[in-house]
Design a protein around this ligand. Structure first.
Ligand SMILES: [Zn+2]
Length: 328
């Protein structure tokens, strides 16, 4: 009995010894959440800006087709964001944002020149089919009316999404959308390397590798993506349906072709080929082995690396695209 009371006394004393400090008020908690969101969103917006600029440079040099209008504008639907996110966004863009509307986060440079910039809020977007030469009309929160003429591109346009995932990865889906994870932006701080991955993924899309793979997917998957695409976008969204495509294994020949065309696109878009060629080596060096990362679907084998060196040397020696393709 005495032993037990001694034990209880000890327990009480040890509980008293823990100093928890002053309690945190709901306002203080909310402020801290806003600060966390601000850091997260700044990283997200930076990644979106980098991927957007790389895509704007590379997509026009991919294979030619008939002309298409390319309305590349990324938005966050403010009606779907929690108050902490709204406050963080207001701090980032240094203005108070309305509760509803679409906050513009990335704009194709050609549309930027026509008056639409990141930080502006679209209140109303005229829903219409994009047609060549036809302007897109929109109303901004400040009451301005804009009539934007989308740039023309001689290949099918590609949209992109940034995925808040700790897994460094990038993939494309049959509805011409590219997904890049925040972790990939973090792992590849050099735009030349990021461009190599974007080029490689675009090559899978433009060389028709995905259409051959599509039979593996159910109609439900595709419909799910379609419905999702109608909604807005927040940094919280994980695009689980789209992520199924990240697990697709292409054949070795398709990977060879994507390496080849990816580097060719990267070169034609004016990126540094040597840095771009380094990307798989860099990823192999910094990413943990195993796991469902970009490396499990793109193993940096000796054969692959040697072949990439050969492609770079051939492009550098001034060989034409046809000569390169012929293996001469
Ligand atoms: Zn690939």
């Amino acid at each position: 009995m005495r032993k037990l009371s001694l034990l209880l006394l000890l327990l009480v004393l040890s509980a008293c010894a823990v100093e928890t400090g002053p309690p945190v008020s709901p306002e203080e908690l909310s402020r801290a959440q806003t600060e966390i969101w601000e850091i997260k969103l700044r990283e997200y917006l930076h990644c979106e800006d980098r991927v957007g600029r790389v895509l704007v440079r590379i997509l026009p040099v991919t294979e030619h087709d008939e002309p298409h209008p390319w309305f590349l504008v990324k938005i966050i639907d403010l009606s779907r964001t929690p108050p902490e996110v709204d406050r963080a966004l207001s701090r980032i863009f240094a203005e108070s944002l309305p509760e509803k509307g679409y906050l513009v986060t990335f704009v194709h440079p050609a549309l930027k020149r026509q008056g639409l910039s990141p930080g502006e809020v679209i209140q109303h977007l005229e829903t219409q089919r994009l047609r060549l030469g036809a302007p897109v009309r929109l109303t901004l929160a400040d009451g301005r009316l804009l009539s934007l003429k989308p740039p023309v591109i001689y290949t099918e346009p590609v949209d992109f999404r940034i995925v808040d995932s700790p897994e460094p990865n990038a993939w494309v889906t049959p509805e011409n959308r590219m997904y890049v994870t925040l972790a990939l932006c973090r792992t590849l701080p050099d735009d030349h390397e990021l461009a190599a991955v974007v080029g490689h993924e675009l090559a899978h899309l433009k060389r028709g590798h995905l259409k051959k793979q599509m039979t593996l997917l159910t109609l439900r998957d595709l419909l799910g993506i379609g419905v999702y695409a109608l909604g807005g976008q927040t940094a919280q969204d994980l695009y689980r349906l789209g992520a199924n495509f990240a697990l697709l294994k292409f054949s070795r020949d398709q990977e060879r072709e994507a390496d080849f065309y990816g580097l060719w696109y990267t070169y034609r878009a004016g990126y540094n080929l040597e840095k771009a060629a380094q990307v798989w080596v860099h990823l192999a060096a910094v990413l943990p082995p195993g796991g469902p990362s970009l490396l499990s679907t793109h193993p940096p084998t000796a054969e692959r690396l040697a072949r990439i060196r050969k492609i770079v040397a051939a492009i550098r020696s001034g060989k034409t695209f046809e000569e390169l393709r012929g293996g001469n």
